[in-house]
Design a protein around this ligand. Structure first.
Ligand code: OGA
Ligand code: MN
Length: 294
């Protein structure tokens, strides 16, 4: 692992010292970024999995989208579910609002103020996004921290018997509820994991860029290991999740206004703490599209 990297383009990479995560210093996202700087950021991203860019206080949503586009094609935000404020309409189509703020009684964005349980984004799709960038515009005085976990380390530090047991097994990732526990439009509720609707992925995945192997868990709720008796699937998943959520594999982001967090969605998971509903949290987010199958 590198420590502090000084280069001609003056980007500095400051590793968190935890299992993953690094600060990138010396970059103003409102300024054009050179191909060399993009290469350095991509390299740091592959090495540290989650990058934090502090002090981007004057960044615009257009600037966030332009920066994110250097890392891949951007997904358009999903159509807002019923009851959401139409404030999204004025934003570029690649920007999603993550917020508990309400305008005229309607939420301005997604995820509210409750806890968002451990998850990777949209793994219930065949081709989950490669990553996401989340930009803090308003931050509550306490709570709302975001925790990240390395799924490379989770795989590498698994007990040998479990590592062998899950080799070649596939898991169904539930599409019915989001990480805040809300039922998605068009889905019906169920509690039998064998009836789960969503994409199926190997429990051990190979990262498309680095070729390293990682655990691919997605989310715990309604997960089911294809072909196993339910109790065996539950027992294996419980062991995997207890291991993957081990604090030794994680790094916690305590937000400041102007922070941009960039996470690799293939080899990390994240979770968000709840916060006081009487306080405001407002973030803008881009999502970098997953790879098209070769
Ligand atoms: C997300 C997400 C966490 C947060 O945007 O996918 O999980 O800290 N956000 O708001
Ligand atoms: Mn998420």
């Amino acid at each position: 692992m590198d420590t502090v990297t000084d280069t001609a383009t003056a980007i500095r990479v400051r590793p968190s010292g935890a299992a993953l995560g690094a600060d990138i210093e010396g970059l103003d996202m409102n300024q054009p970024i050179s191909p060399e700087q993009v290469k350095e950021i991509v390299h740091a991203w592959e090495q540290h999995l989650v990058l934090r860019f502090r002090g981007q206080t004057s960044l615009t949503v257009e600037g966030l989208a332009a920066f994110s586009r250097h890392l891949g094609a951007l997904d358009k935000r999903p159509t807002a579910s019923g009851g959401m404020s139409s404030a999204h309409d004025a934003l570029p189509p690649e920007i999603t609002v993550i917020s508990n703020v309400k305008v005229e009684g309607k939420p301005l964005g997604a995820l509210g103020d409750g806890e968002a349980v451990w998850h990777a984004d949209m793994t219930y799709n065949e081709r989950p996004p490669k990553g996401a960038a989340l930009y803090a515009v308003e931050v509550p005085p306490s709570g709302g921290n975001t925790h990240f976990a390395s799924m490379y380390l989770a795989y590498e530090t698994l007990d040998g018997d479990l590592k062998q047991r899950i080799e070649g097994l596939r898991c169904i990732h539930d599409a019915s509820r989001n990480s805040a526990g809300e039922l998605r439009l068009g889905f019906s509720d169920h509690t039998d994991p064998r009836q789960t609707v969503g994409a199926t992925h190997p429990l051990v995945a190979t990262h498309a860029s680095t070729g390293r192997r990682c655990l691919l868990l997605g989310r715990r709720r309604n997960a089911y290991i294809v072909g196993l008796p339910l109790d065996e699937s539950e027992a294996i998943l419980d062991r995997l999740w207890a291991h993957a959520a081990n604090p030794a594999l994680t790094w916690t982001q305590v937000w400041q206004v102007g922070d941009v967090m960039l996470w690799d969605n293939s080899c990390t998971m994240h979770r968000r703490d709840s916060f006081d509903p009487a306080t405001r949290r407002l973030m803008y987010r881009t999502q970098i599209a997953g790879r098209v199958a070769p």
